[in-house]
Design a protein around this ligand. Structure first.
Ligand code: ADP
Length: 498
């Protein structure tokens, strides 16, 4: 059988597996999670059947097996959720003593910690991400976010001195599939802390952790209607955006949909924050600690299969160390273990959906067609499921699509530079501006680079490091508004003079 072009790109160049000892399987048990056959919409403190009567199937992308039937909320469902949030806002939440609001948020944080293994397994099952990451990154950070904003709930006047912060009302929140529970926490925690109620729509491919979160909301005895979860695809999102009684939209997702939302909301007076795509530069200077930098490169682009808006997808290496860095990087890539997300030794899990796999395949093919040189380490991929081998492109020109467009997959484009100024100029040559990384031993150079880079977050000698106290967000086509930290409260409060 002749292989299609795309198959060649998805599979490694050679099927040979490195010899030596193989790891024994170390699968995390699925038994801790109970997935229902179907779910309704979480509105007014309980699950209700969708008025739309429409459902779709959510799957496990690593096995292409169905997991559950999910409600596709229509216009009337969204309306019901917004009404419930409005009523809860007026009667139960906005006028509650702030220290009481804090108690609920602390409860949610503790429940997430207590149930973290259950959530981690579900997140890996529905999203394809390695259990090591959902267990050690997504869950601790989601809980930390609720803890952090619980602390702010009764201290808002200190966050905005002399400006009398007041809640806005009902927040419509739309999140993507790459960090389903963590994005939910980023959205819900500050909104509730500031006294708003929410209607949140998870991404269509990864609704399960948001639906399990409804059980945490129930356990925490949050007043009915304060948190409502409506599932469905982009159509449901669009209904939420255009609903006249929503006061604020917070969106994380693609730049294309972000632009459409901005167009819909223009002139309506609704508030908006957008956290969109990225094409971050990870810049390695010749004085950097190279082994650490190589770990940072790998973490920057292969973490979460590269489904990360701030992924370090463009690597800039100073010319004098190019050969050394590439040799070290390729050697490190050969040790990455791709496979079952529920195996505790897996480094790179499944691609989230067939649609995303096709998109990655098409962009990788464009890289080959435009003349870049591809490297993929040998590795054996499971027969079923959606997989993509960690890939690196060299010989990349700045104009190539793989250097310009967000791939949102485990694909790295390598470019070189000679001077710091050249690095800044090339790094900023992108429509995006979300994040960047700088690797050097020189503190003054770190500061100079951070000044020059047009990116919302600049990491120095580390990458993809998150903390709830630290704001995150972008410039240019990466969106506007910040999440995390005191800055993350701002989109959810009205201040005197506004
Ligand atoms: P991705 O390309 O990463 O899937 P999307 O921007 O398509 O990103 O999706 C992010 C979120 O936005 C998902 O929850 C999706 O259902 C939702 N969405 C998609 N289209 C629209 C739309 N037109 N209006 C509002 N939300 C949308």
């Amino acid at each position: 059988m002749t292989k299609t072009k795309r198959e060649v790109a998805r599979r490694p160049a050679s099927a040979a597996i490195p010899s030596g000892w193989e790891y024994a399987p170390a699968p995390e048990s699925r038994d801790i999670v109970r997935v229902n056959e179907s779910y309704g919409l979480y509105i007014g403190g309980g699950f209700v059947e969708p008025l739309s009567n429409e459902r779709y199937t959510t799957i496990d992308p690593a096995r292409e097996e169905p997991l559950s039937e999910i409600a596709q909320a229509g216009k009337a469902d969204v309306d019901r959720a917004v009404k419930s949030a409005r009523e809860a806002y007026a009667e139960r939440w906005s006028n509650l003593r702030p220290s009481e609001r804090a108690k609920y948020l602390f409860r949610i944080a503790r429940l997430l910690q207590e149930r973290s293994r259950e959530f981690a397994v579900l997140e890996s099952l529905n999203g394809g991400k390695p259990i090591r990451e959902s267990r050690d990154v997504d869950l601790p950070l989601a809980a930390a976010h609720f803890f952090y904003y619980a602390g702010w709930a009764d201290k808002l006047e200190y966050a905005f001195p002399n400006r009398t912060p007041r809640p806005i009302g009902v927040a419509g929140q739309i999140i993507p599939w790459n960090f389903p529970l963590l994005m939910l926490a980023w959205k819900i925690a500050p909104a509730l802390a500031a006294g708003n109620t929410v209607v949140l729509k998870p991404a269509e491919t990864t609704p399960l952790s948001a639906l399990l979160f409804c059980d945490v909301v129930r356990q925490a005895e949050l007043p009915p209607g304060v948190v409502n979860i409506v599932t469905g695809d982009g159509r449901t999102g669009a209904e939420l955006v255009s609903h006249p009684d929503v006061d604020k939209i917070a969106f994380t997702g693609s730049t294309e949909v972000g632009k459409a939302i901005a167009r819909t909301l223009a002139g309506t007076g609704k508030r908006l924050t957008l956290e969109l795509g990225g094409k971050a530069a990870n810049i390695i200077f010749d004085d950097a600690a190279l082994d650490q930098a190589v770990e940072g490169i790998v973490n920057g682009i292969y973490f979460n299969q590269g489904h990360v808006c701030c992924a370090g997808s463009r690597l800039f290496v100073q010319e004098s160390i190019y050969e050394t860095v590439m040799a070290k990087l390729k050697r490190r890539m050969r040790t990455l273990r791709v496979g079952d997300p529920l195996d505790k030794n897996t480094d790179v899990g499944a691609i989230n959906s067939k649609q995303q796999l096709d998109k990655i395949g098409a962009l990788v093919q464009s890289g080959i067609d435009e003349g870049a040189e591809i490297y993929q380490p040998p590795c054996k991929l499971p027969e079923r499921g959606y997989w993509f081998v960690p890939t690196v492109f060299t010989n990349v020109a700045q104009s190539y699509r793989i250097a310009q467009e967000e791939i949102f997959g485990p694909v790295l484009s390598v470019l070189t530079f000679r001077t710091p100024d050249e690095a800044i100029e090339k790094a900023n040559n992108t429509p995006y501006g979300l994040s960047a990384g700088v690797w050097t031993e020189k503190g003054s150079r770190i500061l100079a680079m951070a000044q020059g880079l047009r990116a919302g977050v600049v990491w120095a000698n580390t990458y993809n490091r998150f903390d709830p106290a630290s704001p995150f967000g972008g410039y240019k086509e990466s969106g506007f508004g910040r999440e995390g930290g005191r800055h993350g409260l701002e989109p959810y409060v009205q201040l005197d003079g506004e």
